[in-house]
Design a protein around this ligand. Sequence first.
Ligand code: NIG
Ligand code: FE
Length: 398
Amino acid sequence: MSQLNCIDDAFLLIENGLIKDFGKMNDLKSGIQNLKSEIKEIDASEKFVFPCWCDSHTHIVYAASREKEFVDRLKGLSYIEIAQRGGGILNSVKKLREASEEELVQSALMRINEIMMLGTGAVEIKSGYGLNVTDELKMLHVIKKLKTLSPLTIKATFLGAHDVPEEYKSNKGKYIDLIIKEMIPRIAEEKLADYCDVFCEEGYFSKDETIKILQEAFGHGLIPKVHAEQLSHSGGIEAGVECNAISVDHLEYTNDNDIAALKNSSTMPTILPGAQFFLQLPYPPARKMIDAGLAVAIASDYNPGSSPSGNMNLVVALACIQYKMTPEEAINAATINSAYAMGLSQSHGSIAKGKKANVFITKEIPSLAFLPYSFGSNLIETVIINGKIQPAKNKLPD
Ligand code: NIG
Ligand code: FE
């Protein structure tokens, strides 16, 4: 993870939305004369060209913000206390059930455009604010629609096991049955999701319940993911590894046994610095994991409750500042490793021949480390998705 190959004075050739070639400028010179009339040239002198960020964990389909809970936390309440008072995930569920599909598409599209201009080229989006058949399907249909409206590569995750809805609070088993017997088969049949995720946490879903749901989902072709060890050590990593999850995410309460289990797996440990920072949780042991030889990914967790920001530049900076990841490690974590965590490492997450031409060009900056060092500044000048320069747009497409 500490190695990030860079080429000084380089060219990057894009054709038909893909990276056709790259290398030293001198090596292009010989072949460029016959190309010159056909290509649009961008001068990136003194600038850096990066592969776009891959954001492998978001909840950006939601109906309303939750800054009231944020203020309540500033006044001393915890995330769990707020949830117990009717805030938290179930607050978002109430709002989402009242919103129309079209409203949800429009607001999510604004967020997607926002993160695209911040350099994100691929994003995973979860359901999990519906928590009944109709509204979980509604969320997944919104995600499907977003795929047609946005140039970003989008992956969909079914998160019916995000919380137990009010109407099933006294009978969680019955809600799990609904997930297993109705939701998963419908979603699989309509091909609405690539992944199935579970919030494995005290007061939400136990390790055994997580395994039960993920195994059922896997049987229907949905690849497992887990919200693991965020607020307590609840066995989410072990559940994920046992179910061959593609990723386990959050990881604040990861212990040494978990690190050993991850070492023998193909599961990507994914840290969400925005949520850890916003909720002021303990630091996940990123350094320990990397030093143990694990690959680590980072993602934004963009959602209205625990991380109302999808800015991957800030996520990279937080990973460096808080967990002592080096700029190279954090950039690898936010590109090729997060691409892996969303099944896209063959096509995204690095500058390589044949991969998608999803890159961003910075403003003039003196070095690679300047990017996380300048936390909070937007240093991105140009975003290219599928080989096309993206116009900054604050308004929705007509
Ligand atoms: O990833 N941890 C559970 N789910 C979200 C929070 C969702 C919410 O508060 O709305 C998370 O942090
Ligand atoms: Fe999440």
